[in-house]
Every structure is written in C-alpha cells, then in structure tokens.
Design a protein around this ligand. Sequence first.
Ligand SMILES: Nc1ncnc2c1ncn2[C@@H]1O[C@H](COP(=O)(O)OP(=O)(O)O)[C@@H](O)[C@H]1O
Ligand SMILES: [Mg+2]
Length: 731
Amino acid sequence: MTAHRFAFSADAALLRELGERLVGQPHIALAELVKNAYDADAGRVAVAFGPDEIVVSDDGDGMTAREFGGFWMRIGSPHKQSIERTRLDRAPTGSKGIGRLAVQFLGTRLSIRTTSRETPDVQLRAEIEWSSAARSGTLTDTAVEVREEARQGTYAGDCTHGTEIVVSGLNQDWDEDALAALAQRIWQLQTPFRREDDAGFKVDLTHARRSAVEAFETQMRRNLDIWSARLRGRLLPRRSGDPAGFRRARLLLEFAGEDPIRHDYTMENCDLDAVDFEIRVFSLHRKQRYGIGVEDARRYLREHGGVHIYDAGFHLPYYGPDADWLRMEIDHSHRLARSELLPAELQVDRGLNNLPTLSRVYGVVNVDTSREWVVARNERRLRSDRYLQIQASRDRLVDNATYRSLRDIVRYAVDFYAVQQTMRTAQSVLSGGHDRPPRKVGFDRIGEILDAARDEMPAGVHRALSRQIRRAAAASDAEAARAAAEAERLGSLALTGLAALARERWVDEHRGELETLAERLRSSASVDPTEAADLLERLLDASGSASGRSTVPESATSATRRTRRRLVSVLKEASARTVALHPEVRFDYAAVGEDLRLPAGTAEEWSGLFHVLMLDACEEVGGSDRPTVAIRSGTEHGRAYVSILPSGYRNPGRRTVTDGVATGEAGVPHAGVAAIAARRLCCELARETGSGPGGTTLTWNDTGVAVGDRDRRDAVAHRPTSRAGAMPASS
Ligand SMILES: Nc1ncnc2c1ncn2[C@@H]1O[C@H](COP(=O)(O)OP(=O)(O)O)[C@@H](O)[C@H]1O
Ligand SMILES: [Mg+2]
C-alpha cells in the first residue's frame, strides 16, 4: 500500500468567489475599504471618484512589509478577532480577513500603496490585475510583486503614513443613490458629533457631480441627527465675589424640533475650573427618520454609546458604552424614582422613570487635567488633592471629591432631562396624549427591559420579540396620529366657532346703529360720513377677524410649527384680532415679562386661545371710563402664569375651570372650550368668579425656562441648596 500526503491548495478562482459572493453590492464593497481604514485608526478617509477610478486614501497605521505579507496577502486571516480595542479605543469592524477582496467587484485593477506609521519614509506598492490572478490557477502560486521604495506623496489629510487604494477599470456607474447607500453603510463609524479638535473619524467624498457629494453628505449628517433630546451644558466662568467653591452651570435642553430650554444651576465645594458637555438621547424603539435602520442605530449605540470623557481632546478609554460612571444603569435597574441631585421644586412624582440607559445616549464631556493642575497650583490646592487628576494608567480620572463634582454636574443635567421627559409624558397624557401616545411609553419600556435581558435569551427570541414590539408600537402610533388629527380639527373648529360667535354678538349689538344708518341712507337724510365710515370699517374688521384674516401674517411653516412662543408676541397677535371687535378697549401689557415663553404650540392655537380669553374679558369690562384689559405675567414655585384682568375686576378668589361642563356658565361664555384648548397646550385655566368682572389665569409648568425670565430668577435665586448643592441660580 502506498500512502500519500496532500496539502490543501486553493484555486485562484476562490478569490473571485469569495469577493463577489460575500459582498453583493458595490456600495458594500467600497464600505469594506473605508472600514479597513477605521480599523487602522485613521482619522480621515478621502474617497475620490474619477472618470474611471476610485481612490480611497487614509491616514491610518499603514502596513510594514511583514504586515503586508502576513495580513493583506493572507486570505481569511483572523488576526483582528484577537484585537478587542485598537489604539484609539475602536472596536474593529473586520475579523474574517476577506473584506478587501470585495474590491474585485468594483473594478478590474487594484493598486495599493502603503506607508507604516513606524517607517514614514518608505512605501510599499503593488498592483493586482484580478483577471490574470484568477487565470494563474492555484491561489498560493499567484505572486504579487511588491516594491519597497522611498515614499512618494502623502496620504489623506497630507499625512506621512497611511494606505491608498486605487481601483480602476470600474464596473459600475456611481450615481447619487449609490453614494447615499455608501453613506448609510459607513455612518456607524462616525462619532455622532465631534468637536473641532476631536480625533474622530471623517470621510471626505470628492465626485465630479456636486449633487452626488451632497447626497452623500446629507445622508451622513442625517444619520447623526436622529436624537430625540440634546443636553448641552458648561460650567460658567467664576465670578468675583462668589464664595470659594461656589460655581454656576448652564444647561440647554433641547427636545427635537423645539426651542431649547435653558436652566441654570449651582454647585458648592466645586474645585473644577472648566467643563463642558453634550449628551444626546436617542429613542430607538420605532422606525427612525430618514430610513435609518433601528437595528443599525441600536447596534451603533451599544458599541459606541455611553458618556465619554475627553481630556484636552484625548478620549479616556475607560469612559464608554460600558462605564456606568454616572450611575445611570444602576439607578435605572433599581428603579430610582427621585433624583438625588435636583432641588425639590424641580422634582415630580416618579420623575426618574425616564432616566435613559447608557445604550440610549451618546455623550462627550470635555475636561483638561493639565489646566486643572495649573489652576490648583495657583490656588495652593495641590497638597489637599482637591483637583481633577488623571490616573497613572492615563485611562481614567482619580476618584476624589473633584471628580465627584464633575459627575454631579453631568448627572444633574441627565436627571433634569429625565424629569422634563416625565412631565411631558404626564402632560400629554393629561392633554389627551396628542404629542406622545401614552402607550409609547409602555412600548419603549418593554423594549428597554427586553434589551437588558438580551443575554439571557436566545438571539432569535430576542429578535422576534423586538420585531413584535416595533410592529405594535407602529400600529399604536398610527392610531394616535389619527386621534391627534381628529382632536386638532375639533380644537381649531371650537376656537373658530367662538370667534364667529363673538362677531355675531358684535353685529347684534350694533344692529340698531347699522339699521339707522341704512334707513338714513335710503331716505337721503343727512348722514355723518365719518361716523358711517367708522361703523362700516369696524364691521369689516370684525368679519375679517372672525375669519382669521387680521392675524399677524406668518410664514406657513412657522405658523404650523409647535414651538415655545414668546407670550408678548402671542398677546400682540391676539389683541390685534380682538381690538377689531372692541375698539373701545385698551390692552395693557406693560406688566408682561418680555422673555416669558408659553408651552409648545402652533401660532394659531395660541393666538386663538388668547383671542377668545380677551373677547371674554372685553365683554366684562366695567367700572371705568376707560375700559381696559390688563395682562400680567410671572412665575411662582416653578409655575408660570398669565392673568387677564378686565377693569373693574376685584379679586374674589380663584376657581379652576376643570372641564367642558362649565361651558355656557353665566358671564363665562367660553371658559369651558377655552379650558379644553388650554389643557391641550399643557396649561391650566382658572377663573376668578364672584360679583363683578372676573379675571382669568393661565398657568403652566416652567422649570428650566426661557432665556432671561426675570421673575423666576428673583423667586428662586437665593434658596438654600440640596445635597449636591444644586439649585437654579441667576446668571
Ligand atoms: N487601510 C488599511 N490600513 C492598514 N491595514 C489594512 C488596511 N486595509 C487592510 N489592511 C490589512 O489587511 C487585512 C485584511 O483586510 P480585510 O480583508 O478587510 O479583512 P479584515 O478587515 O476582516 O481583517 C486587515 O486585517 C489589515 O491587517
Ligand atoms: Mg476589513
């Protein structure tokens, strides 16, 4: 018997088989090259489309001759599997060692040039013709000539090391759709937002057609734009006269599509010099805008999310998707209901129910430990250890009192967000749930619980359940949207109806005068032309206002946008409509805060509501030669108010109009409908009733308010602090 010993060999056709079979589409093939640049810790990748070539150049690590021979030339090399994190703390995207073969799909030739970070003067260069490689038979016999020579030219961003791959003899035409698909494919590699000096990852595209570049860039930007809330905060500069360690912080909280809410708070015993941060909160349990896949976005946040700390622009590796340094995960899993940092007046029942988990946020906190050291030295704090320091390992900060105030500053902001989100949920439930269907909260919650238990169940079960939840959520969204549209229609109908009623009443009241005028004109009796013209003009005004024509013109989009409008501008609009019907009444809003903002609503909703309230007040004015409606505003205990007070009004005590039952109440013709409209706008309407004219007051929650709200500052600026020393403060 003869024994043989054979080694496996591979046919060169395997190259093609692997490259083409595994990567079905050109944009996926090209994305593989970009992903390799990411894995090589590149900061920039330039992708340039020429008439018959694509050049992908990166400023990454490059390859030495050994790496080129051992990794690039070795098909199926799994060496990346053992790398958990790259030098820049990236999780490698590759592992199977076949991604680069996909370029066969793009063109007939490939030329590669690479310079290792370690040897910036040298470059390796090789050319591969795929067809001849495949013809040559056995794969292991397919030799590629690699020249080692002096480096010629630079790489992306004018860097002295990196890798450049030129694919030529292109097989496809790269149109806008294909480039947008490429952007979609690689967006996960980009950090959601960057600072100017952030060593992030950026892909620059050059293409002869401008529209193609735009399609690519829009898609990249949109991917980063799907946050549902954004928190931006910073420590304000020290002010002379403040006690040692007393610092103010300013937070801007922005819910997508709305104006930012500003909130100032203070810290005591805070030895930090400078901090700023931005945290984005994502809501990923339903279909995302711009066709971004929910699973893509989730995976991205699982891998890259969390709140990261940058020290003078360098990412501290410890802080990332798994580091619960803000104790958000733990508080979430213990169902902590109340914030330990927020002052009492900012708390609401179960306010922290909406505390986000780490896989729902992406945040960056910027500090500078060298600067902190210098400031501490100048203030002779070095010996007491009271300054922000980095550990010897240089991957995290020393856990001292200063570090803990850093944590409190950031966590305060997250808690503030959670409470605001809880209030919005509660308010929209109260107001009929038009903004956010209550069930959505339930679905989001189920989704989160499911995610938390992800490791404890088979992947297939998790996938199936996730899919079911998404479906159910989508169905409930559709239903909620229908209900909201219905309510929208009824609400504006009611307000229009009220305005029409008012006009009718006006015509009724002036019917006598109008009839006399008509009579006189008919009988050619003498008519005072000014008086007649006046009367007719008022009639015209009245009909104009009833049909809404005399409202202050606004562009169509801004009129339908739900934003936090300034009370003063809404009052001006509404009084313009009302004066048309009651020219004898003077509106006095000298006592209205310039900067106070109403809860979010459209121009028509707000102006309609105030128009109706003003009409009521006009009907009630009395006890004065000069009928006046005075309007006052302010803030008390975290609630803002605006009162509409007809002259002759005495303050007989307040009563809340609770629902539509009060409609048609004597002397309060519109209160019921107005109360419904008010609740839809997250406000409460109160009527002061008694003998004589009554006042109407609208109140709403106004924690963290609009820029420059003087009343609020005065009310709370000097209250004692809670445990974290946090309290709203003047600015
Ligand atoms: N742009 C690049 N910079 C540095 N090394 C690269 C680059 N592209 C590819 N390589 C090397 O070639 C190997 C093979 O790449 P690839 O076929 O995409 O497989 P994988 O990424 O799964 O390892 C990589 O593991 C890496 O060592
Ligand atoms: Mg790869």
